[in-house]
Design a binder for this molecule. Structure first.
Ligand SMILES: Cc1cc2nc3c(=O)[nH]c(=O)nc-3n(C[C@H](O)[C@H](O)[C@H](O)COP(=O)(O)OP(=O)(O)OC[C@H]3O[C@@H](n4cnc5c(N)ncnc54)[C@H](O)[C@@H]3O)c2cc1C
Length: 353
């Protein structure tokens, strides 16, 4: 364990033990965000202590999973099979509020919703996932994403990308543009490229996939490269940053990309996600560790078992691991590398007297 992490753990453990924060029975917990992270947390808290008053806040009545959505893009699966209701949570006794949380007031211990209503809490879990950093590259804004879908939030965008792929003529070029740094699913774009190549091989063999990558390495690169060479030679071309792979601007109307190697005209463009954190929800909360130490807010986010060197994958939730951890009633908060907010706190300690 790194020294910094150890110091963080020791300090947090000491704080959690020394600070009688709230009564456990009937404590109100508001969870912002009903994705994998927030939903798993809600369920597991209820299982750990049925008396907890758990409210989950999310603007969407249903949740469409990103895992397996690549299969929808290539027509191998219907999106309905990935669309989940929140029925299991309701059965478990979790209250669902369908609304976006607009702000969090840590001092008043309230979450404000879009209609101005306020939800009071003793503990708040913030799990709203990640958002797009628009206009990176130049020209890629929300309107452009309707024509050049990112499909990194499963749902309407997934269907748009699938429709474009199916409408494309044989001989068309499918471009995938990848940013540096944070990525919602580090191997996801390469997995998507593989599935699209398989689709092209079967249905549009004169077409190809170009991966414009602002990076020079990617996760599981040797495995992907081996598979591409064996099964999709000539169908997939990976263009790393050093060979001009960085996309600096897009023109969604004309279907062109300005890359380090010139302007490329393509039939279908899919832009991978350049995420940023929803900072509005951090109001008054200088850092994750601070939140935990104040005993007010616990962020429920996981990093992968092995974060790739040079990448900050703090936004990636690894569900199986999260479940195991939460089963031990421990909520983990980790930020990788130099961010220095690494900490663990026992949920039972955080929630109990
Ligand atoms: C194509 C693709 C394939 C993937 N495949 C895998 C895989 O095979 N395995 C894997 O482990 N991971 C995979 N991932 C990654 C996985 O989808 C994410 O890690 C996971 O969804 C993150 O969960 P989360 O709960 O943190 O955020 P999200 O799933 O993004 O959920 C966040 C929730 O918060 C809600 N929200 C946002 N803002 C607010 C607000 N202000 N108020 C209230 N609610 C709000 C949103 O509506 C959403 O429901 C994949 C991702 C992609 C894009």
């Amino acid at each position: 364990m790194r020294r910094r992490a150890f110091i963080g753990l020791a300090a947090l453990a000491a704080t959690a033990i020394a600070t009688p924060i709230v009564r456990a029975t009937g404590a109100r917990i508001v969870i912002v965000g009903g994705g994998f992270g927030g939903s798993a947390c809600a369920l597991l808290l209820k299982q750990a202590d049925a008396s907890l008053d758990v409210t989950l806040v999310d603007p969407d009545a249903r949740y469409v999973t990103c895992p397996m959505s690549n299969e929808v893009v290539v027509g191998a699966r219907k999106i309905d099979s990935l669309t989940l209701t929140r029925e299991g949570l309701r059965r478990a006794g979790v209250r669902f509020v369908r609304a976006p949380a607009m702000a969090l007031d840590a001092d008043a211990r309230q979450v404000r919703l879009d209609d101005g209503a306020k939800l009071a809490y003793e503990r708040c879990v913030v799990a709203p996932g990640i958002r797009f950093l628009w206009s990176t590259p130049e020209g890629y804004d929300e309107a452009a994403s309707e024509r050049m879908p990112h499909a990194w939030k499963a749902g309407a965008q997934t269907k748009t990308l699938a429709a474009q792929l199916h409408a494309m003529d044989d001989g068309g070029v499918v471009a995938i543009s990848l940013p540096t740094g944070l990525m919602r699913c580090p191997p996801g774009p390469y997995e998507r490229a593989s599935l699209v190549a398989e689709y092209l091989r079967r249905h549009k063999p004169r077409s190809k996939v170009l991966i414009f990558d602002a990076n020079n390495h990617f996760p599981r690169q040797s495995l992907f490269t081996e598979a591409w060479n064996a099964a999709y030679r000539g169908l997939i071309e990976w263009i790393p940053s050093t060979e001009g792979g960085t996309v600096v601007a897009v023109d969604a109307r004309n279907g062109t990309l300005r890359t380090g190697r010139g302007t490329e005209r393509v039939a279908v463009v899919h832009r991978a996600q350049q995420p940023c954190e929803p900072r509005r929800l951090r109001a008054g909360l200088p850092c994750v560790r601070h939140r935990v130490r104040r005993g007010l807010v616990v962020a429920f986010r996981r990093v992968p078992e092995k974060a790739d060197a040079g990448r900050d994958d703090a936004a990636v939730v690894r569900e199986p691991r999260a479940v195991v951890e939460a089963n031990r009633t421990r909520i983990g908060v980790e930020r990788v590398r130099a961010r220095a907010h690494e900490a663990h706190a026992r949920a039972s300690q955080a929630l109990a007297p």
